[in-house]
Write a protein that binds this ligand. Structure first.
Ligand SMILES: [Fe+2]
Ligand SMILES: [Fe+2]
Length: 393
């Protein structure tokens, strides 16, 4: 299989995994599921090329296409996990495959485990139940090659590059890719649902501190953890994740020299920074597909619990939305825990102390308690595994 076809296959996996995740949140008739299914089919046709079919084998969570192991990525891993969860060992897809066949596969994978749901082969999509977990090395597949790094959500360099590109487009005043963003949030939610440990993803991302997108990803994961602990699920959880990813989108319109400045900021520069909630909310208002909650969160995330903070609003009865209040907590936590050009990363205990101090004035006290419960548990787990504190340099 040549490079173009491998790339097409990778995109097929990405769209298929996103379609299954979307179909587990929304009805199969949702336009987003249809769009992703069509995209997946287009890429699949390209990947099959002039061959009569493509054969994909699953080994644990890993996939092998036409005898060649697929490069590890977030989507390949997710799809492997989905197939594993449904007991599918291999898939054979013929070139003549049509969209309703793919859609029915998406629906079955999305409903796995539900009563009466069985994965069925169709004329051009043949599913096999044989698990080839014990394939021998001499057959060309070494399990050890891809067994590593299964904990957490494994955001690959590829996906992070995609995310960075998405933010770069915003910086260049191009339109935000809401679908791409939605897919990333769905990955995080899946990781929580599957009882993986997405909070572990915070650690490796800390290294790339100079980018707003890193901070946004961290805030997203932290918000999802808070929301999930409060029993929020489904589309509302998804919107909270999107809102977190976009909370600082207004900062993309501030020159990087100001954001990364190590010397004292001038009053004008401060003013520019203080405007990022308004700039961000304005920007998001014009973009179709962005949840209203994201506009509200971008606008409110620097409002304090005691209603000091910014932007100032005239209505005295104004109270920030719960997603904005959760974002305020995740925001402070991540800013303090992340080493930046202008300050060191704080110790967990120091951050915990600061959050407790701010409960009731800057931050919602109930939400702080909820947050610290989660982080205490996480911190204890990290320490136990010896991956916790990295001493600031
Ligand atoms: Fe902000
Ligand atoms: Fe922020």
């Amino acid at each position: 299989m040549n490079t173009e076809r491998r790339e097409a296959l990778h995109h097929f996996m990405r769209h298929l995994a996103a379609a299954v995740s979307t179909a587990s949140l929304y009805p199969i008739t949702h336009s987003q599921v249809g769009n992703l299914c069509r995209k997946a089919l287009g890429c699949l046709t390209e990947a099959i090329g002039t061959d009569t079919e493509i054969k994909i084998i699953r080994i644990d969570d890993e996939l092998v296409a036409d005898g060649v192991p697929l490069e590890r990525s977030m989507y390949v891993g997710r799809l492997g996990g989905m197939l594993k969860g449904s007991g599918v060992g291999h898939i054979r897809i013929r070139r003549q495959v049509v969209d309703h066949e793919l859609l029915s596969l998406i629906e079955s994978l999305a409903k796995k485990g539900k009563e009466g749901n069985e994965l069925c082969s169709s004329e051009n999509i043949r599913l096999g139940q044989v698990d080839v977990r014990n394939v021998r090395p001499e057959e060309g597949i070494s399990k050890a090659d891809w067994a590593s790094g299964q904990a957490g959500i494994g955001v690959s360099a590829d996906e992070m590059a995609l995310f960075m590109e998405m933010y770069d487009n915003v910086r260049k005043r191009k339109r935000l890719d809401v679908v791409g963003l939605s897919e990333i949030v769905t990955v995080f939610i899946d990781a929580f649902v599957n009882d993986a440990d997405p909070l572990l993803a915070l650690a490796p991302l800390r290294a790339m501190d100079e980018y707003t997108y890193t901070h946004s990803t961290n805030v997203c994961i932290l918000n999802l953890a808070q929301a999930k602990a409060m029993g929020i699920i489904g589309a509302q959880l998804h919107d909270i994740g999107i809102a977190a990813m976009l909370h600082d989108v207004g900062k993309l319109f501030i020159p990087e020299e100001i954001l990364n400045k190590t010397e004292k900021l001038t009053e004008d520069e401060w003013e520019l920074i203080r405007r990022h909630p308004v700039t961000g909310a304005h920007y998001l208002l014009d973009i179709p597909g962005v949840p209203r909650l994201a506009v509200v969160t971008a606008f409110e995330h620097h409002m304090r619990f005691d209603m000091r903070g910014y932007p100032r609003v005239k209505a005295s009865s104004w109270r920030p939305n719960i997603a904005s209040q959760m974002t305020a907590i995740s925001d402070i936590y991540d800013s303090l825990r992340t080493k930046r050009v202008y300050c060191k990363a704080e110790d967990f205990k120091v951050v915990e102390h600061i959050l407790r101090e701010e409960a009731g004035s800057q931050l919602n006290p109930q939400l702080v308690s909820n947050f610290l419960r989660i982080m205490d548990r996480q911190h204890a787990r990290e320490e136990m595994n010896g991956i916790g504190e990295t001493k600031p340099s």
